[in-house]
Design a binder for this molecule. Structure first.
Ligand SMILES: [Zn+2]
Length: 635
């Protein structure tokens, strides 16, 4: 069965990508752009920068320490291969298939006879293999190769990519096995790659190697670095950690692997440790967008409540990795809270990254942009991860290929099944079909305009005389949701709403989710946004942009009157806002609390989906809006 994650057991089972088809709407449109633009865009940039030629140079014996790209540039080729494999299976696109063969042939030529495969170490005058485990990313690269091979194996079957990945994995097991080098990679990823590769091939020794890497971590196995060992989660064994810390992508890739190993080894202690880390990190170290990582210095988590909106890092890759973690926990436990976070992150981190044309991306996803960025040159590599506008490519370009592989496989994250029925976790127009035990079949078609409208119609497309359960997630924000079935309409609480009976073909079960815009207040311990409010609409976080105001300065000063409520606008929610003039002075600290002066009067401030910010051009932007003091002058 084709699915990015296929645990041997769990509370619910993923559906194969062939069992779910998106038929239109928000995510389908992004899949189409991903297929028609992003995949070729990524390949052309890697060609242009020599990241692909790095493989040719190893094969031809002409490479050296002068090789272009960071040590992890090989992984971008592998993430693109993974995206292409999902895409080739989704549509049967011959261009995707041809690209897989073209890239695989170049990668294959660079593999050493013993299975080692890396363009940055071990050839010519390059540093020796595994001479910089802290920063060299060799095993990290191999992990992405294995994930690409899993995609190919599950959608196509064994081919050259799978065979070369197997040789690379065997090499890793020989060098780093129980009797080998007791070492780990500074950037986790090999663990999650090995675990899934083992599942896909039915060969437990790869899962065992992943377990070895996990258990070795957290004992000061790597050399200390100025950022400290927490940066690469080598400060504490994962079983003993209580919260995510250090580099966010590293922490989350490692955690995804920990869920895989915990499930395959039926290691409940490890699974519960991860669940505790998820709980505390989501409760205290996660942005309203689902974004993770508040420190630029180490692309890492801050302390509890350290969530500044303007200095938010929220790397797109951390969003992808967060979805990887929550999806695995959802499969293991069936709990709706994991699907809630997946939804939040998909709409407000992952969807924010690519431009509508699929050829530019956000790397960092701050919640407040004080000055509009400059338009990015589509022919230039952006040296910086931040900047307020989407860039065609980056010096460190991990995010575009991560978005590509996620979008190409996105239909795999919508629904699951168990022995009793079908569970819908995300709502999009789609067709779903699942075989259940005892010859039952659950087949539905979902019709919805979600997230813009909240009505989700689930039409049964295959009737049966035997009962099964249709389970629909009710998002945590959806207070007042209703479910309409043949017995009438009833209110359903956040969590999961179930209908169990024998369904006839053509019957419709309707879930109505309240997607009117709503205010959301932060925990006061998040000091940076105390006294502010955010506006959400369904799963979308909204934001104000300077393009809708007299200028960026108005964005600094505005205050919102929450008592006036929110109105629905054309493509936006409208909040009542005051654009006061602030007393300017030589010193921005006063002996009294400044009351806003209502010189500019009250306006209807448009608030638009955060994921679309800066699409109309460079703009100042803010998600958190200061609430007006109780009685501003001018009321
Ligand atoms: Zn990234």
């Amino acid at each position: 069965m084709s699915s990015p994650v296929l645990p041997s057991h769990g509370r619910v089972r993923p559906l194969g990508l062939a069992q779910v088809r998106l038929n239109g709407g928000f995510w389908y449109e992004r899949q189409v752009v991903n297929a028609s633009a992003t995949l070729a865009h990524c390949e052309s940039w890697m060609e242009r920068l020599g990241w692909l030629a790095n493989f040719d140079r190893v094969a031809d014996g002409t490479t050296g320490p002068d090789r272009p790209g960071w040590p992890f540039s090989d992984s971008e080729v592998y993430k693109l291969l993974e995206a292409l494999a999902w895409e080739a299976a989704r549509t049967g696109d011959p261009d995707a298939e041809a690209a897989i063969k073209r890239l695989t042939a170049r990668v294959a030529r660079a593999q050493d006879p013993d299975g080692y495969l890396n363009t940055c170490f071990g050839h010519g005058d390059q540093p020796p293999r595994y001479s910089d485990l802290e920063g060299g990313h060799e095993l990290y690269n191999t992990g992405h190769l294995l994930q690409a091979a899993v995609a190919r194996l599950r959608t196509h079957g064994e081919d050259d990519l799978v065979r070369l990945a197997r040789r690379a994995a065997d090499h890793v097991c020989r060098v780093f096995g129980a009797d080998g080098l007791a070492a780990i990679c500074g950037h986790p990823e090999i663990e999650v790659g090995l675990a899934e590769f083992g599942r896909a091939l039915g060969e437990d020794r790869y899962v065992e190697q992943a377990r070895l890497f996990l258990d070795r971590r957290g004992h000061g196995t790597l050399r200390d670095i100025p950022l400290g060992r927490a940066y690469f989660q080598d400060d504490l064994p994962i079983r003993e950690a209580g919260v995510w810390r250090g580099h966010a992508v590293r922490a989350l890739y490692l955690t995804a692997a920990a869920v895989d190993v915990a499930v395959e080894r039926r290691d409940d202690e490890l699974l519960h440790a991860v669940e505790r880390q998820w709980e505390r990190s989501v409760a205290r170290r996660t942005y309203i967008t689902g974004g993770m990582g508040s420190r630029h210095q180490d692309e890492g988590f801050g302390e509890d409540w350290e969530l500044p909106p303007d200095r938010a890092y929220c790397e797109t890759c951390a969003g992808v990795a967060s979805v990887m973690v929550s999806w695995r926990l959802l499969l293991a436990t069936g709990q709706a809270r994991y699907a809630d976070l997946i939804e939040r992150t998909l709409y407000n981190v992952i969807a924010a990254s690519p431009s509508p044309d699929g050829r530019a991306f956000f790397y960092a996803n701050p919640l407040h942009q004080r000055t509009p960025g400059r338009p990015a040159d589509p022919e230039e590599v952006s040296p910086r991860a931040e900047g307020g506008t989407r860039a065609a490519w980056f010096d460190v370009s991990c995010c575009p290929t991560n978005v590509a592989r996620t979008l190409a496989s996105l239909h795999g994250y919508l629904a699951t099944s168990d022995d009793d029925g079908l569970q819908l976790h995300q709502y999009a127009p789609c067709s779903i079909s699942a075989e259940l035990p005892d010859g039952r079949r659950a087949a539905v078609e979902v019709e919805t305009g979600y997230p813009r409208t909240g009505t989700v119609r689930v039409r049964i497309t295959a009737g049966s005389t035997a009962s099964w359960t249709l389970a629909l997630r009710v998002p945590a924000w959806a207070t007042g949701a209703t479910l309409t079935d043949e017995g009438g309409t009833r209110e359903v609480a956040p969590g999961v709403a179930e209908v169990r009976r024998a369904f006839r073909a053509g019957e419709v079960v309707t879930l109505d989710l309240p997607v009117e815009p709503r205010f959301t207040w932060p925990d006061p311990r998040i000091d940076a946004v105390r006294g502010c409010v955010a506006v959400e609409r369904g799963p979308e976080v909204l934001c104000a942009e300077s393009r809708d105001l007299p200028g960026p300065a108005a964005l600094d000063a505005l205050v919102i009157d929450t008592r006036a409520g929110l109105k629905a606008g054309d493509d936006a929610a409208l909040a009542r806002a005051l654009l006061p003039a602030r007393p300017g002075g030589a010193w921005p600290y006063l002996t009294h609390q400044a009351a806003p002066r209502s010189d500019a009067g009250w306006i209807d401030l448009p608030l638009r989906p955060y994921h679309s910010w800066a699409q109309r051009g460079p703009a100042g932007m803010r998600v958190w809006l200061p609430v007006s003091t109780p009685h501003p002058e001018g009321e």
